[in-house]
Design a protein around this ligand. Structure first.
Ligand SMILES: [Zn+2]
Length: 372
């Protein structure tokens, strides 16, 4: 099938003939078992992440959503900056265009959050004692909240509830549901002129009074006294559990409104654990969309298959679907075709593209060939 698709893509891209005819011819001689596999493959879902603006008109959204659906995209993950009103406006437009809608929220990283900014103590504190309220790691939009404090986690969960209430959405989609990167993707380090060979204090969170006190109560040791906090397993586990607790509460809220919970996560569980203290194979969640952005990690295309398989294996028997996430900008069409095939071959239930604006006409042609 892979060979056939690649040939089809080559033909379609060169504009010679419709690939449909080739596929149909092939199917007529297929044994039953293989036809069934093809049917299953048609359930493979195509998604894209988009960021919405209240300034754009309904008409322009109708046009954008129709472009996606007519080119084989099944679902959109819409970032409305956690604005339920904008989501209420856009959801019927997307649905009418034939798309499934997911409400994308930046969960623990809340840049410019007007409510949170009134509470400087809600923000995560680094090992060197600086708060994300005024000292932001890496980039100005890194304004992380503490996942332990009652008020900050309840604020995030209230926002989840606001989105979950919106009629017609399929899921609330958690993004930035983790700690700030203790290790950045290797491919991004030169951009920040950084070397990260150990866990550096300015990127290590959260050492706020509430986190430290709660940890001390359970484990009778203070993380601020650790000579090398990276090797203290309880301290690592404490933080993995804190993120899991937010997710598990968000799951209850989403389900209370008959919505699913989905999340954008790091490539596979151990890698997510190592880089951002995120262990998503242990969460109560319906679907995960790992951001398998091979270009961020200086990996080759086949790594998309490796990371997909790794996550699928870890989720076995848990009833959680995995949909591979791809970083599209500058990705050549043949690589996009390979990525789709690798996701399919390694057990993903779909593929999501970051982001909608980056999908070119040539990319759409590739997707359409797979859908035929
Ligand atoms: Zn804290």
């Amino acid at each position: 099938m892979y060979q056939l698709k690649l040939i089809c893509i080559a033909i379609v891209l060169s504009g010679l003939v419709s690939c449909n005819q080739t596929a149909e011819k092939k199917n007529t001689s297929q044994p039953v078992a293989e036809t069934e596999t093809d049917t299953v493959q048609n359930d493979f879902k195509y998604w894209t992440w988009i960021t919405a603006s209240s300034k754009k008109t309904d008409e322009s959204y109708k046009e954008e959503f129709t472009k996606y659906s007519s080119n084989g995209i099944d679902a959109v993950l819409i970032n409305t900056n956690t604005d339920p009103e904008l989501l209420k406006r856009l959801t019927p437009i997307a649905e009418n265009a034939g798309l499934e809608v997911h409400a994308w929220i930046m969960a623990m990283n809340r840049p410019g959050d007007g409510v949170a900014l009134q509470h400087p103590d809600w923000y995560a504190v680094s090992r060197d004692g600086k708060s994300c309220f005024d000292t932001r790691p890496y980039v100005d939009y890194y304004q992380w909240l503490c996942p332990t404090r009652k008020a900050s986690r309840e604020h995030v969960l209230d926002l989840v509830e606001g989105l979950a209430k919106v009629e017609g959405i399929a899921s609330v989609h958690l993004d930035y549901i983790r700690y700030p990167d203790i290790f950045l993707p290797v491919g991004l380090l030169p951009k920040y002129d950084l070397k990260q060979e150990t866990e550096l204090p300015e990127f290590d969170f959260c050492y706020c009074d509430v986190c430290v006190a709660e940890f001390e109560k359970i484990h009778h040791k203070n993380p601020r006294d650790f000579k090398n906090p990276a090797i203290d397993m309880e301290w690592k586990q404490f933080r993995l559990n804190k993120i899991k607790a937010v997710v598990d509460d968000a799951y209850k809220i989403a389900h209370q409104y008959d919505k699913k919970l989905t999340a954008a996560v790091f490539p596979y569980p151990e890698m997510a654990d190592h880089m951002v203290r995120q262990r998503w194979d242990k969460w109560n969640i319906d679907m995960v969309l790992p951001m398998i952005y091979h270009n961020f990690y200086n990996e080759e295309t086949d790594w998309i298959g490796y990371a997909t398989a790794q996550g699928v294996k870890d989720l076995e028997g848990k009833g959680v679907e995995l949909h591979t996430g791809i970083f599209l900008p500058d990705m050549p069409t043949d690589e996009v075709a390979q990525a789709i095939q690798l996701a399919k071959d390694n057990g993903a239930k779909g593929i999501s593209f970051f982001d909608g604006n980056a999908i070119t006409e040539e990319h759409f042609k590739v997707i359409k060939v797979f859908k035929e």
